[in-house]
Design a protein around this ligand. Structure first.
Ligand code: UD1
Length: 369
């Protein structure tokens, strides 16, 4: 590892998609970087081979729930970015034990070790999932709580009236609709509670749907764009849950890296949570079409299943006013250019299509209906 000019950052889960991009950016910014990662099979394949990381990165292969390994990983570290987590919303609804263990017990072990080896700042990756349904407004513009009724796709207010999805700011109260969301909220609160109690600075970033080259294409529990890309790459139609009109904010991994650098360095960040998105929202159906076009597979029509995956929310779109104004974040990556770049990268990859098996795993437990 080279000399740290600005400090040494430990990235837990740093061999993953976001962590690898972040490691490169941190090295360019003059930090030394260490990665702690257990290289799980679902992300890294049966061989559990370490992905290409810059040679200056020190990789420690180990589990964030192992106190001895975490203690070793923290030696000499000045900043921590905590990314190690299980990330599938649908899968969290049956692999409950695993999700709670890795995400929450893992964060607890990390903080237990940080009490003995405090760092300057800890930034945790939280998720927009913690909001549950995003913010809604009535036709008259009033804020309303959107509730999905059985058999209905779009949330309505308490009186059954139609609502319009609106950008969700950080002040919206969490509604934890999946085990995954619950575990992410615990990670966030552990960070913001324990860091200041031990003289450290804590920051939580609530990420929206991150995409870009390097996504885990063979992981059928990963984000929708990677899943669709893997399906199209294998000549299979993307399978769209619900009617495809659910809305999300897809944010390029480079913009997410920008947000992490700001969260690590900006004096205004400690103690706060920030939404991280692109500021633009799209339907799942639209992204399926745009991706098929970018990959030259417009001949493959997506399959609209009409089924609802347990734990999924209908709409959640990002209000990024706070991170823009307080930290100076400015998303730079255009979505169509980002898709073209993703398509060019996917074309050179091998992607196992395990999506049908993943859907069976949910269906046999009654988690898509
Ligand atoms: C995703 C991430 C979560 C992250 C969150 C931040 C994954 C698995 N989940 O959750 O870690 O914290 O963003 O916002 O990466 N869909 C389909 N077909 C599919 C897969 C998904 O139609 O094959 C639909 C889903 O029903 C959902 C939408 O696409 O309506 C997005 O799903 P997904 O990519 O799993 O993301 P989130 O639940 O938003």
């Amino acid at each position: 590892m080279r000399d740290a000019e600005r400090g040494t950052v430990l990235i837990t889960g740093g061999a993953g998609f976001i962590g690898r991009h972040l490691a490169e950016a941190l090295l360019s910014a003059g930090y030394a970087v260490r990665v702690l990662d257990s290289l799980i099979e679902q992300v890294h394949g049966a061989a559990r081979a370490a992905p290409p990381l810059p040679s200056e990165v020190g990789l420690i292969e180990g589990d964030v729930r192992n106190p001895a390994v975490v203690d070793r990983a923290l030696a000499g570290v000045t900043h921590v970015v905590h990314l190690a987590a299980e990330v599938g919303v649908g899968q969290s609804m049956y692999a409950v034990d695993r999700y709670v263990s890795v995400n929450d017990h893992g964060t607890a072990v990390l903080f237990q070790a940080l009490i003995e080896r405090p760092v300057k700042r800890v930034v945790v990756a939280s998720s927009m999932s913690i909001y549950g349904e995003g913010l809604y407004r009535t036709a008259g513009g009033d804020v309303a709580e959107g509730v999905r009724r059985p058999g209905q796709l779009d949330p309505v207010d308490a009186d059954g009236r139609a609502l319009v999805p609106a950008p969700t700011p950080e002040w919206k109260a969490p509604t934890l609709a999946s085990v995954y969301a619950l575990t992410k909220y615990v990670q966030e609160r552990l960070t913001l509670t324990l860091a200041p109690a031990y003289g450290m600075e804590g920051v939580a970033l609530r990420l929206w749907n991150v995409y870009g080259p390097g996504q885990a294409l063979s992981n059928p529990y990963t984000g929708v764009l990677a899943i669709f890309a893997s399906r199209l790459h294998n000549g299979q139609p993307p399978m769209i849950f619900e009617n495809g009109l659910q809305r999300r904010d897809f944010v390029h991994v480079e913009d997410v890296v920008q947000a992490f650098l700001l969260a690590l360095e900006h004096p205004a960040a400690p103690g706060n949570v920030y939404n991280v998105g692109s500021g633009e929202d799209r339907t799942v159906r639209e992204v399926a079409q745009l991706l098929a076009r970018a990959m030259g597979r417009e001949d493959i029509e997506p399959e609209i299943t009409g089924k609802v995956r347990a734990g999924d929310i209908r709409h959640c779109i990002a209000d990024i006013t706070r991170i823009r104004s307080e930290l100076g974040y400015a998303p730079r990556r255009d979505f169509s250019e980002g898709l073209a770049e993703l398509a060019a990268w996917v074309a050179q990859q091998q992607a196992l299509d395990l999506v049908a098996e993943a859907r069976d795993a949910l269906e046999k437990r009654g988690l898509v209906a």
